[in-house]
Write a protein of this length. Structure first.
Length: 330
């Protein structure tokens, strides 16, 4: 069986294609050789693939090292992926460790591509992971998109409406009393006349932060729950209600506009959740105690790996980098 056949079989099993073709090929060969039933032709194809490019052996050997590392196995156990089952084409089960490796790598590579594709088809503007984009709007307002963000615009017939499909955006709105400016997220909608604010949408809630001006936040739920924000205030909106208004520090909450993340005495797990939004791979923690450690810092978002490494040192945790962008702390 040729190298391409090996890749095709592995993709049938894992339904996965890594963004880096060399890492993708290394993963395919790694899983196939773990099957334990290679013939002479397959082994010859593998040796030829290794010899074709120095990166091939580098990525493959990196996977071998990770495979045998305690942090990797601990991270897999922490994620409970060892209970998953991948089926071979003939109906039998893949070895448990191959299943764990495949599941963890899928997580690291961000396999959930179908929802992202659906959002991209609706969006007028999209930013990649780690990127930002400033967009002048048709009415003279401006919009700054944060990492991994997608928005759809409706400025037809005097309307000023934006849908935040995913991610986070900051708006500096030009005053126009005759045409209210609205931004809707997953659970809530913000209505303004002239102001500057941010909105971020997540799996379970939207969050609104007001820098200046005045906004009304509405829940899109049946109860029509609402709140009015003054500068320096924030709320979150869920599928059922708007939270109580509370004070927040715009310089910290909106530090991403200057390409930074700022936090004080925060659980490391919460900080890592934020850093994951700017990292192309996954960040896994094999020891829950690491997540609970309190940290303070001010880091650049264009060097997430460096920030995580520094935080790991401060927390006394081991730092392990895996080919393909996966980082493990233990």
């Amino acid at each position: 069986m040729g190298h391409q056949d090996a890749q095709d079989k592995d993709r049938t099993v894992s339904d996965f294609t890594h963004a880096d073709p060399v890492v993708d090929q290394a993963l395919g060969w790694h899983l196939r050789l773990r099957d334990g039933k290679q013939d002479a032709a397959t082994r010859a194809d593998f040796r030829a693939w290794l010899a074709k490019d120095p990166r091939h052996e580098e990525e493959f050997r990196g996977l071998e090292i990770v495979w045998n590392s305690e942090p990797f196995l601990g991270a897999v156990k922490a994620l409970s992926v060892t209970r998953s089952v991948l089926m071979r084409p003939n109906g039998s089960r893949w070895p448990l460790r191959a299943t764990a490796l495949a599941a963890s790598v899928l997580i690291a590579a961000g396999i959930w591509q179908f929802p992202a594709l659906t959002i991209a088809l609706q969006a007028d503007y999209v930013t990649a992971t780690g990127a930002q984009r400033r967009v002048p709007l048709p009415d003279g307002s401006t919009m700054l998109l944060n990492t991994d963000t997608a928005v759809a615009l409706d400025f037809a017939a005097g309307r000023r409406h934006i849908r935040l499909l995913r991610g986070e955006a900051f708006f500096d709105v030009l005053h126009d009393a005759a045409h209210p400016f609205t931004v809707s997220g997953q659970y809530g909608e913000v209505e303004v006349l002239g102001t500057a604010f941010s909105i971020r949408t997540g799996a379970n809630e939207d969050a609104v932060m007001l820098e200046r001006g005045r906004v009304q936040v509405l829940c899109l739920c049946d109860g029509k729950d609402s709140a009015v924000l003054q500068p320096g205030e924030t709320v979150s909106i869920t599928a059922a209600s708007v939270s109580p208004v509370h004070a927040a520090d715009p310089s910290a909450t909106l530090a991403w506009r200057e390409g930074r993340i700022v936090f004080e005495n925060a659980p490391l797990g919460d900080v890592l959740d934020e850093l994951r939004r700017y990292h192309g791979g996954a960040i896994l923690v094999a020891d829950e105690r690491v997540n609970r450690m309190k940290v303070t810092g001010n880091y650049r978002l264009d060097d997430v790996e460096g920030a995580v490494r520094t935080l790991a040192d401060a927390a006394g945790a081991g730092f392990y980098r895996v080919p393909g962008g996966l980082i493990i702390l233990q």
